[in-house]
Design a protein around this ligand. Structure first.
Ligand SMILES: C[S@@+](CC[C@H](N)C(=O)[O-])C[C@H]1O[C@@H](n2cnc3c(N)ncnc32)[C@H](O)[C@@H]1O
Length: 386
């Protein structure tokens, strides 16, 4: 895993000056023009780039991506107000979300969609999410560029914030347009799997999925973070293990985290340094979980493996509290994860965090090397089957 020193790039959006993505002449020229990723994990085939997606996409060889998920600027940061957790808050998301006027916004949507179309494989598909502020322009640009529109999914949020003005319905949905690269595409659709998830019925284009909960925001918040369950659904619907997934507007890294969990390869990029940092924190935490599960004698400590889709109908079985076995080992371990090398740099068995920290302090390591600490508890029972 390689993490390059992150540099702050201006948060302006130079893409608005560009009329479209320029494709390099050959795939080799394109690949060599790709800037060094700020994060590269060759084992899981994951790369994160910092920069304008138009520059990054232009440097990726053509026809190599299986699935793109894009959550572009909504252009809704208009100094309005909304309600969050019972409080009146600004709707502004950041400088990247400020509208430049309908024509310039549409020109930008056309430019990045054309750049995505170039890197998609002939049968690849793109999923674009957005609110009414942007999604109509996205749909129109897709028609202008010759994409084949497959579905528009309504993502229903069960608990939308109340509408403070009482002059509109509450905004309870976002639209996700699913489209194939062009009219000739024979797109991938994992129909049977979707039917299974839908309880044996054909899955509808209306998906009720909760917004990200606290556990998904424990590494920090992105103002427009999508739930992992939504991205998992999308990746499972139209890609397979080993496929290459790309997110040009990575934000807090939801697509990359979902791709890692579902064993897809992934590229992501974002202009904003804080968003990249958040993506890295989320990704590294998952990578550590994955490494620990492998290295701890097949005792899984990966709390987040398996699907995050809380909309599944199958009830979750409660943990079995009546162990029919003799406890043969109990262990409480603390893993100290490095700031620069995002891996376990010190581990120790201890009763509690205080004791673990004392032991750490008498080790050759210094506290500034540590990004976070993971505590795991293991109990092994000798099975006494009947
Ligand atoms: C709507 S958010 C994406 C949220 C993401 N789906 C998640 O789950 O966290 C859009 C992101 O695009 C980034 N962005 C805006 N314009 C960009 C551009 N031209 N190139 C790359 N990233 C850009 C913003 O910094 C922001 O983090």
């Amino acid at each position: 895993m390689i993490i390059k020193r992150l540099e702050t790039v201006p948060k302006s959006t130079p893409h608005l000056a560009a009329s479209g993505a320029q494709a390099p002449a050959t795939a080799e020229a394109a690949a060599s023009a790709l800037p060094a990723p700020v994060f590269h994990d060759p084992k899981h085939h994951i790369k994160i780039f910092q920069g304008d997606c138009l520059d990054i996409l232009a440097a990726i060889p053509e026809s190599c991506v299986d699935l793109i998920f894009a959550d572009p600027p909504y252009f809704l940061s208009t100094n309005g107000i909304t309600c969050h957790a019972g409080r009146m808050v600004s709707v502004n998301k950041g400088q990247w979300d400020v509208s430049r006027g309908a024509d310039a916004n549409h020109e930008f949507n056309r430019a990045w969609l054309a750049a995505c179309q170039r890197v998609l494989k002939p049968n690849g598909t793109i999923w674009v999410s957005g609110t009414s502020h942007v999604i109509h322009s996205v749909g129109f640009a897709m028609q202008q560029l010759g994409f084949k529109l497959l579905n528009d999914i309504s993502w229903v949020k069960p608990n939308p914030p109340p509408n403070l003005s009482c002059r509109y319905f509450t905004h309870a949905t976002e639209t996700i347009i699913w489209a194939a690269r062009d009219k000739k595409s024979r797109h991938k659709f994992n129909y049977k799997h979707m039917k299974e998830i839908a309880g044996g019925k054909q899955m509808k284009s209306v998906w009720t999925i909760l917004p990200p909960d606290k556990s998904e925001k424990r590494h920090g918040k992105h103002p427009t973070q999508k739930p992992v369950a939504l991205l998992e659904r999308i990746l499972q619907a139209a890609s397979d293990e080993g496929d290459l997934v790309l997110d040009p507007f990575l934000g807090g890294g939801t697509t990359i985290v979902s791709a890692l969990r579902l064993r897809r390869h992934a590229y992501g990029c974002d202009l904003d340094i804080d968003s990249i940092h958040l993506s890295l924190r989320r990704l590294c935490s998952d990578l550590v979980h994955a490494e620990l599960s492998v290295s701890s004698l097949q005792i899984s400590v990966d709390l987040f493996s398996g699907s995050m889709d809380r909309s599944l109908r199958t009830p979750i079985r409660p943990m079995d509290s009546s162990h029919s076995g003799k406890l043969v080992r109990r262990d409480r371990s603390f893993y100290f994860i490095g700031t620069h090398r995002r891996e376990v740099i010190y581990s120790v068995s201890a009763e509690n965090m205080e004791e673990a920290l004392q032991k750490f302090q008498s080790s050759p390591h210094s506290a500034i090397e540590i990004l976070f600490v993971i505590k795991t508890e293991t109990e092994i029972y000798l099975h006494q089957g009947k």
